[in-house]
Design a protein around this ligand. Sequence first.
Ligand code: NDP
Length: 337
Amino acid sequence: MGAETGFRAIVVDKTTDADGAGHPSASLCTVDDAFLMAGEVTVSVEYSSINYKDGLAITGRPGVARVWPLIAGIDLVGTVEESSDARWVPGDTVILNGAGLGESHHGGLAERARVAGDALVRLPEGISARQAAAVGTAGFTAMLSVLALERAGVSPDAGDVLVTGATGGVGSIAVAVLSARGFRVHASTGRVDELGDYLRKLGAVAVVDRATLGEPGKPLQAQQWAAAVDSVGSVTLANVLAQTRYGGFVTACGLAQGSDLPATVMPFILRGVSLLGVNSVEAPRPLREQAWARIATDLDLGLLDELTCEIGLEDSFHAAEGILAGNLHGRTVVDVR
Ligand code: NDP
């Protein structure tokens, strides 16, 4: 596409009501290069994806888009067209997850992007652009969670591990990767009947009804988990901590149930449990490269393809509503072209 040509983008903007209040809303627009923000690398975007955060931004919910107007999309995979960053040359296929994309910098739900070179990762050997977008921020975060557990010394022989929000983007990839590494994964979901078989196919040895974790429980409960990957937060995370074995580790990256944490210190002070925070947005470049190298080697790409659904740019609005309503599972890739 030539630099002067208009291109399609999902743009979040604030409209002002009669009462003067501003309300964000998103629409599919045609914009041009003058609309793009500063950055060293211009990318012809091939794929983006729908993450929980994209759901919030596209439906005009607060907390994700922080400048207006803003192209939505916290992920992109595409081909470098122009670069003033010596690390990148035209023709390179690059991945960008987070790093302000779709929050404070124009994002990946567009045919074209101009971004900083520093957070870009080269597409690893053996994985396609579409598959990298299917992994997206959710899968990248799942891998960051696995790496955090490994840094803590958790190995498959430590005992059973729990993944919450298991049919979601983070959860699905965490189940697949941990199972492939030899962990005995218990997958917690609100869709036991509908998606239990899906989770077993990803490698889960058992499926747990999330209702057993969703109501306030005792500060210390029967010790079940050597480790856990949580993307749900709130009461669920408090119960997971209360069920974690002596010396166990729990990663926290999400707030699908809520951002509160109604827990006590008992699991920490009586069982030596550790809570490990995971933030993909600001992950430094070496960690990004490590995570993507491990995704390329540890994730069964056939399974990834099976948990991926592909849509066009114009379908992103429907998918955004779906992810917030809990109707989606696995990963949704957006072919933006
Ligand atoms: P998804 O919507 O794909 O998955 C979330 C899953 O959580 C759902 O599929 C559902 O799984 C479960 N869930 C939803 N609502 C509730 C509820 N009320 N109580 C209990 N469980 C619930 O989102 P993602 O996987 O993309 O993201 C998950 C979370 O992680 C989000 O909060 C997101 O913002 C956060 N996140 C954080 C990142 C970071 O860098 N810290 C990066 C990526 C994501 P099921 O139906 O199986 O129960």
